[in-house]
Design a protein around this ligand. Structure first.
Ligand SMILES: Nc1ncnc2c1ncn2[C@@H]1O[C@H](COP(=O)(O)OP(=O)(O)OP(=O)(O)O)[C@@H](O)[C@H]1O
Length: 655
């Protein structure tokens, strides 16, 4: 995206870069309380699983001559009301308890995580529907439903715990949804979509690993609840065979004889308390480690001021420029309009943009910040952010309108028909995955290749973009390479699908001058080799001169001039183009001051009815503000949205 959007992406990616893969595991290792909790839980689970090997007695064996005994060598934790060994009953009882906890946690995760991912990633209607469903489930009292289940399936502890888990799923769903909502705004998710990866793959590969921390925290917290619930049911005698050892049953038994032998409550009570505290501590530690270790009613142009209703789809009769072309364009854009939707009002941001891109051609899209270049690019890629709507237009590729293709069909075309590289390539790479893996994934998607073939092609692509040590770079994570190298990787990724058109949004702005020249040279070479067309978004007239065949100048959501590159420098036919050129440092004549353009681009809500540049234009007259100015053919295959092209021509000839 161009400057504005990229700055936001840049900032986010810097934050993410500090989080290295496995950082929160290392964070966990650095927190002794969490480690102790993990150790205690592991020991308890192991001891219970191995109960038949280590328990000193049969948990059901009675010794009526030795009831309610305190700890002794033969019975380290004493005996119960029937003389059964307490330690053995705790060990065997723990098996059932941990199995129940596992069933509850599995149910909560199996339902809550996928639905949370889908709600957060898909957003909109799906999110709303799942949100409503969660509200309904959360309103059901867990104990009542579990009692109903136990009435239908008496003493069926598995059914009770799965039901409890299902009722807890909305809590996990909400946490995962929140995390996924943030992740879906990350630039590397957009990049993965542009590369053509399916939604399922993106969720599994790039979103799920990011929500792992919150999911583990939720799972440990829920485990503590599930343990309490299970022991509660056993305490009430609702789930287990009365002779079977259970922690809850042991507490119930101890409470009946508390006056005679208070000790009996300690072993079962303590083991329950220790396990719950261990789950809680572990959850807290993982959360800390994850955080510390580480997305009025008038038609447009029909009057000044106020918000206006966006124009409906109305591809204007855009005259086509240039000499007659025998080839068909790679892409034809007609009347593309995008609006910001706010309640029932819409404000146009891109207003009837139209142009062709021919095979092998590089078209520069130039204009000041806020003119609508990035929104245009995102609309072509069908990646408009939330709140922005395409309100009209078509994007023809071959004989189909890309904007009307079903989402799934278009997803398959991303990366092959259209590829994309941005100003901040590092932001578009997943910081947790090595470059080689990211490339293999995209190659496998496009070529249907197996692991070995995908790896070979990934290395070949890295070599194609002049990376000297592809094997080392493939093994690196994005934060381990320089910005210039990352842009080469991004270009290699874009080439993986052999695209017919590459949309490059300020691809060199974030790079230093030497690297800029190298990347531009690389793009030129690759274009020569592959024949792909490039739509280059830039502020830099030097880059336009270096790389482009044709220029589109954009102002306040409209194309205001279109011409061949050689014409734009010699004879700009729109005062805005002329102002941009005169104020550009790289084009100023030696010793001459830069001529800064007065004023600024009007906000989309303030676009005037007539010429949108009139307020800043030295040539503007009353006729310029009276009515919308059409983009007109001004001869020699050039287009201009200006009533003063004759004067401009005369002035340029004189100057
Ligand atoms: N997500 C959004 N929500 C609301 N308005 C937006 C959004 N994205 C862009 N805009 C608005 O749309 C207009 C065009 O923005 P866009 O980013 O396309 O401009 P640009 O020409 O690419 O500028 P830059 O070079 O600074 O990126 C601006 O007025 C901008 O504020």
């Amino acid at each position: 995206m161009s400057a504005g959007l990229d700055r936001r992406l840049d900032e986010r990616s810097r934050r993410r870069r500090s989080r290295r893969p496995g950082a929160w595991w290392r964070g966990l290792a650095a927190r002794p309380a969490g480690l102790v909790a993990l150790l205690v839980l592991n020991l308890l689970v192991l001891a219970c699983v191995g109960a038949s090997l280590i328990a000193p007695h049969d948990p059901r064996a009675q010794d009526l001559a030795n009831v309610l005994a305190g700890p002794s060598a033969g019975h380290p934790l004493g005996t119960d009301t029937l003389g059964r060994d307490v330690l053995s009953r705790i060990l065997f009882g723990g098996r059932r308890t941990f199995l129940s906890v596992a069933e509850g946690v599995a149910a909560v995760l199996i339902v809550g995580v996928p639905l949370g991912l889908v709600a957060g990633y898909a957003g909109r209607l799906v999110d709303q529907l799942l949100g409503r469903l969660s509200d309904v489930v959360m309103a059901i009292p867990a104990i009542i439903l579990v009692l109903v289940v136990l009435a239908v399936l008496p003493q069926n502890q598995d059914a009770a715990m799965v039901t409890f888990g299902l009722l807890g799923a909305p809590g996990v769903l909400r946490v995962v949804r929140g995390a996924a909502l943030k992740v879906r705004e990350e630039p590397y998710i957009t990049a993965a979509r542009v590369a053509g990866l399916s939604h399922a793959r993106i969720i599994a590969r790039h979103v799920l690993p990011r929500v792992r921390g919150p999911v583990i925290v939720q799972a440990t917290i829920f485990a503590a609840y599930a343990l309490l619930f299970e022991t509660g049911l056993a305490y009430l005698g609702l789930t287990a065979d009365p002779t079977a050892p259970t922690w809850g049953g042991m507490v119930a038994e101890a409470s009946t004889v508390i006056q005679q032998q208070s000790w009996l409550l300690w072993p079962s009570g303590m083991v329950i308390a220790i396990t719950i505290v261990a789950f809680g501590l572990l959850g807290d530690t993982i959360r800390d480690a994850a955080v510390g270790g580480g997305p009025g009613g008038k038609p447009a142009g029909a009057g000044a001021g106020g918000r206006r209703q966006a124009r409906p789809a109305e591809p204007p009769p855009v005259p086509r420029s240039g000499t007659p072309r025998r080839e068909s364009p790679v892409l034809t854009v007609r009347g593309l309009s995008v609006a910001l939707a706010d309640g029932d009002r819409e404000t146009l941001l891109v207003d009837g943009v139209g142009f062709d891109v021919m095979p092998g051609e590089t078209v520069g899209l130039v204009g000041e910040s806020g003119c609508g270049k990035s929104v245009t690019a995102l609309a072509l890629l069908r990646l408009l952010p939330r709140g922005l709507l395409r309100t009209g237009g078509e994007v023809i590729e071959g004989d189909r309108d890309l904007l009307r293709l079903p989402g799934r069909t278009f997803d398959l075309l991303r990366g092959s028909a259209l590829a994309y590289i941005s100003q901040e390539p590092q932001a578009a790479l997943d910081p947790m995955v090595t470059i080689g893996r990211q490339m293999e994934e995209v190659v496998a998607h496009h070529d249907g290749a197996g692991r070995a073939a995908a790896r070979a092609r990934a290395l070949e692509l890295l070599a194609m973009v002049e990376i000297r040590d592809p094997v080392r770079v493939a093994a690196s994570c994005p934060h381990e390479i320089s910005g210039g190298m990352a842009q080469r990787v991004a270009i290699a990724l874009a080439l993986a699908g052999r695209p017919r058109l590459l949309i490059a949004d300020e691809p060199t702005t974030a790079l230093d001058v030497t690297v800029q020249a190298e990347v531009l040279g690389l793009l030129r070479r690759l274009q020569g080799e592959t024949g792909m067309a490039i739509l280059l978004i830039t502020h830099d007239w030097g880059v336009v001169a270096d790389l482009c065949d044709r220029t589109l100048v954009m102002y306040a959501g409209q194309i205001v001039e279109e011409c061949a590159v050689e014409d734009v420098y010699d004879r700009p036919l729109h005062p805005y183009t002329r102002g941009l050129l005169r104020s550009h440092p790289s084009l100023a004549a030696d010793g001459e001051p830069l001529l800064a353009m007065p004023g600024q681009v009007p906000a989309p809500a303030d676009w005037p009815r007539g010429c949108r540049f009139a307020a800043r234009c030295p040539l503007a007259g009353r006729d310029c503000t009276a009515a919308p100015i059409p983009l007109a053919d001004v001869g020699e295959g050039r287009l201009s949205r200006c009533l003063r092209t004759d004067r401009l021509l005369v002035e340029e000839v004189r100057s």
